[in-house]
Design a protein around this ligand. Structure first.
Ligand code: NAD
Length: 296
C-alpha cells in the first residue's frame, strides 16, 4: 500500500482522499482549512504538519487546488514540492488550471527527476464521492502507467490524452463546447416559448433530430423532459455557473495564447460572466436560460 500526500482537501479533494483511504492507502493531508483536516482524520487519514512535510515523506502526491496560481506557487521554487520530494515521486495534479502553467510545472518536474501527470476531472462532487470521476490525463507513458491504479480508485473513466498539459487541454476544449451547446439549447427553448411551441414537443423532435446533444438530452435546461436535470430542482448545481465561467476563461486564455479563433467560446464566456456577475455563480449553469429570458 502506498504513502500518499493529498494537498487541497476541498469539496472535491476530501472525498477523493477518502476513497484512497478506503482502498487501504495511507493518506497524509494538507489544507488551509482546519475543518477539512478534521474531516480527513475522521475518515482515517492523517493531518500533516505542513504540505511540504507531507510531500517529503510521500511516494505519491495528489493536488486538488483552486487554480494555476496555487499550483505554480506550491510546486515551483527552492522550497516547492518538486524540490522537497524524494526523487522519483509521482505527482498527480487534478486541479483545473491553465495549460501553460501545467506544462511549465511538468517541465520542472521532469528536470527534477520526478514523474508527473496533469489529471483534471469531470463528474463533480457526486463523482468524487462515488469514485466515478472521469480523469483526462496528460503526461509521459511511464507517468500515466504509474498513476493509473490510483486514478482507477478515484474514477471510472481514465483517458490518456497525450503529453504534458493535454489533460487540461481536453478539459477546457470539452467544457467550452459544453458552455456553447448549453446556451444554444437554452436559446432554442426561449425562441420556442415566444413562438408558442411546447417544451416537450421541441424536446421530442430535437432529441431525435440534428439538434440532438448532451445539453438537451441529459441536462435539459427546462423542467419536464429530463426529470433528473437541475431544471427540475430549481437549478440547484450540479455544475455551478461560476465553475463553467472559470473553464470558459481558461479556454479563452489558451485560445489567445495559441492564436485559435473561438468566437462562440468568447460569446459564451461573456454570457456566463454576466450571469455570474448578476449573483448567479452558485446556480447550475443550465440556469442561464432564465437570464436569456431576461429574468434573474
Ligand atoms: P475548493 O475551493 O472546495 O477546494 C480547494 C481547497 O484547496 C480548499 O480546501 C483550500 O483550502 C485548499 N487550498 C488552497 N490553497 C492552498 C494551499 N496553499 N495549501 C493547501 N491547501 C490549499 O475547490 P473544489 O471544488 O474542491 O475544486 C478543486 C479543483 O477541482 C478546482 O481546480 C476546480 O476547478 C476543479 N473542479 C471542481 C469541480 C466541482 O464540481 N467542484 C468539478 C471539476 C473540477
Amino acid at each position: 500500500m502506498a504513502s500518499i500526500a493529498f494537498i487541497g482537501l476541498g469539496n472535491m479533494g476530501l472525498p477523493m482522499a477518502l476513497n484512497l483511504i478506503k482502498a487501504g492507502h495511507t493518506v497524509h493531508g494538507a489544507d488551509l482549512s482546519a475543518e477539512q483536516l478534521s474531516k480527513l482524520e475522521a475518515g482515517g487519514g492523517k493531518a500533516a504538519g505542513s504540505a511540504n512535510a507531507a510531500v517529503g515523506e510521500a511516494e505519491i502526491v495528489v493536488t486538488m487546488l483552486p487554480s494555476g496560481r496555487e499550483v505554480g506557487m506550491l510546486y515551483l521554487g527552492e522550497n516547492g514540492f518538486l524540490s522537497v520530494a524524494k526523487p522519483g515521486t509521482l505527482f498527480i495534479d487534478s486541479s483545473t488550471i491553465d495549460v501553460e502553467t501545467a506544462r511549465k510545472v511538468a517541465d520542472a518536474a521532469s528536470a527534477a527527476g520526478q514523474l508527473m501527470v496533469d489529471a483534471p476531472v469531470s463528474g463533480g462532487v457526486g463523482g468524487a464521492t462515488a469514485g466515478t470521476l472521469t480523469f483526462m490525463v496528460g503526461g509521459p507513458d511511464n507517468a500515466f502507467e504509474a498513476a493509473k491504479p490510483f486514478l482507477d480508485i478515484m474514477g471510472k473513466t481514465i483517458v490518456h490524452a497525450g503529453g504534458a498539459g493535454n489533460g487540461q487541454a481536453a478539459k477546457i476544449c470539452n467544457n467550452m463546447l459544453l458552455g456553447i451547446s448549453m446556451i444554444g439549447v437554452c436559446e432554442a427553448f426561449v425562441l420556442a416559448e415566444k413562438l408558442g411551441l411546447d417544451h416537450q414537443k421541441l424536446f421530442d423532435i430535437s432529441s431525435t433530430a440534428s439538434g440532438q446533444c448532451w445539453s438537451l438530452t441529459t441536462y435539459c435546461p427546462v423542467p419536464g423532459p429530463v426529470p433528473t436535470s437541475p431544471a427540475n430542482n430549481d437549478y440547484k448545481a450540479g455544475f455551478a455557473a461560476a465553475m463553467m465561467l472559470k473553464d470558459l476563461k481558461l479556454a479563452q486564455g489558451a485560445a489567445s495564447h495559441v492564436g485559435a479563433s473561438t468566437p462562440l467560446g468568447a460569446a459564451a464566456s461573456q454570457a456566463y460572466g454576466l450571469f455570474v456577475g448578476a449573483g448567479q455563480g452558485g446556480t447550475d449553469f443550465s440556469g442561464i436560460i432564465n437570464f436569456l429570458r431576461g429574468e434573474d
